[in-house]
Design a protein around this ligand. Structure first.
Ligand SMILES: Cc1cc2nc3c(=O)[nH]c(=O)nc-3n(C[C@H](O)[C@H](O)[C@H](O)COP(=O)(O)OP(=O)(O)OC[C@H]3O[C@@H](n4cnc5c(N)ncnc54)[C@H](O)[C@@H]3O)c2cc1C
Length: 382
């Protein structure tokens, strides 16, 4: 029987990891990367949960992956007690249990490893810097038009990110979409060497300031704040970042440029159309204070791989409605609960009294801490 063909649209984290993972199946893959396949200088980082890191590791992306990650075995949360003063309100420490709460990766590093990996996989054909203009039906299959080419596929997986016009034109309505009216500032700090295995999140009255270690002498900053702060100069932001970071780090210098990203919530009801599946930020998006958007994608990917493998082994059509519905039925309730849960938590935590109360209860209850850890690690499992 002729091999079935998958088209993956988008050459960033989701598209690349999806291509590598699905290349284990007996099918051919075209990866259409879009423009961002070119080099960039972004200093962004990503926290991956223990469970998801093991999943990534099993994909044999690179021998260097284990060496290049940085692990955090402890997490501390703080609240603004009085103007610009902070107090610790929560600690989750897994150091003595030999467990890591999460693994820190530089986006560009993991993208580089994934690009190198896809180049080596024979069943993946990379359509570099090609942009998909249209997707339409063609007989029983789906036709994808990119630049001057068209090809037919059993299944199209769209990993073109949150702001994709392709997705906006194809998937209309049936979604919860909301701007947080906030943006995230990210940067990398160099500092005096220390053990640096504690991630910290400071809940300030109008913003959330996260410090995520990425080596002994480097820490990634993700600071989400209200849009009116966009008017503030880069120098002002840098001064403030230093001010908060100096509570924990010495000899601070900026080793990357300041990057800004608008923050949105996206929860879709419709996961697929005929032979066409949404994936990654094109499917769901959360506030970065939970560090879970990509983690959720990896959980989706595990589920998709399992379903597609089963169907291919049975000689079934991987793009049929039944297959896409099975994926949607399995992932949607979990993703919905997770996204709504973290959105409600975000709203509650913006009130100082509520956040102090919530963290006080959690901090004194080991069962609750285990629950939080397990949900962040593996998502909801029902
Ligand atoms: C500040 C910040 C911190 C974060 N921290 C975490 C974290 O700690 N943990 C976590 O799990 N998640 C985190 N996230 C989320 C995570 O970064 C994203 O989930 C992830 O990067 C999404 O990747 P993506 O590939 O789905 O989308 P994108 O990165 O947007 O990539 C989309 C790709 O599709 C391509 N494309 C678009 N249109 C077309 C087209 N028509 N044809 C071909 N290609 C096309 C684009 O060129 C691009 O390459 C964070 C997000 C932010 C903003």
């Amino acid at each position: 029987m002729k091999k079935q063909k998958i088209c993956i649209i988008g050459g960033s984290l989701t598209g690349l990891v999806t291509a590598v993972c699905l290349s284990k199946l007996d099918c051919d893959i075209d990866l259409i990367t879009g423009e961002s396949y070119r080099n960039s200088k972004s200093g962004r980082t990503i926290a991956v949960s223990e469970n998801n890191f093991h999943f990534l590791n099993k994909l044999n992306i690179s021998k260097l992956l284990k060496k290049k990650i940085w692990t955090c075995s402890s997490m501390k949360l703080y609240t603004e007690s009085e103007k610009e003063k902070i107090a610790e309100i929560f600690e989750l420490n897994k150091e003595n249990e030999n467990v890591n709460i999460f693994y820190m990766l530089k986006n560009l590093m993991i993208i580089k490893f994934l690009r190198n990996k896809v180049k080596k996989i024979k069943s993946i054909s990379i359509k570099k810097n090609k942009h998909v203009k249209a997707i339409y039906n063609s007989g029983l299959l789906k036709c994808v038009k990119f630049n001057n080419n068209t090809s037919k596929y059993n299944l199209v997986i769209i990993c073109s990110g949150y702001n994709s016009s392709l997705v906006r034109n194809l998937f209309i309505g049936q979604k919860i979409e909301n701007s947080y009216k906030e943006f995230a500032v990210s940067a990398i700090l160099d500092h005096k060497s220390l053990k640096n295995n504690i991630s910290r999140q400071i809940f300030l009255d109008n913003s959330i300031f996260a410090m995520l270690p990425i080596s002994k002498n480097k820490t990634s900053i993700v600071w989400s704040m209200k849009n009116h702060m966009k008017k503030k100069s880069i120098n002002f932001l840098k001064k403030k970042i230093k001010f908060y970071a100096e509570n924990f780090l010495e000899n601070i210098k900026f080793s990357s440029a300041i990057e800004k990203r608008d923050l949105n919530l996206l929860i879709r009801n419709k996961y697929f159309l005929e032979r066409t599946l949404l994936f990654g930020d094109a499917l769901h998006l959360m506030h970065p204070f939970v560090g879970q958007s990509f983690n959720m994608t990896l959980r989706d990917l595990k589920c998709l791989e399992k379903i597609l493998e089963e169907k291919i082994n049975l000689g079934l059509d991987i793009g049929s409605r039944d297959v896409l519905l099975e994926f949607s039925n399995e992932t949607k309730p979990r993703n919905f609960s997770f996204s709504i849960g973290s959105d409600l938590l975000k709203s509650a935590l913006s009130f100082k009294k509520a956040r102090n109360g919530i963290f006080k209860i959690l901090n004194n209850n080991d069962l609750a801490k285990d629950f939080v850890f397990n949900v962040a690690d593996k998502g909801f499992r029902f």
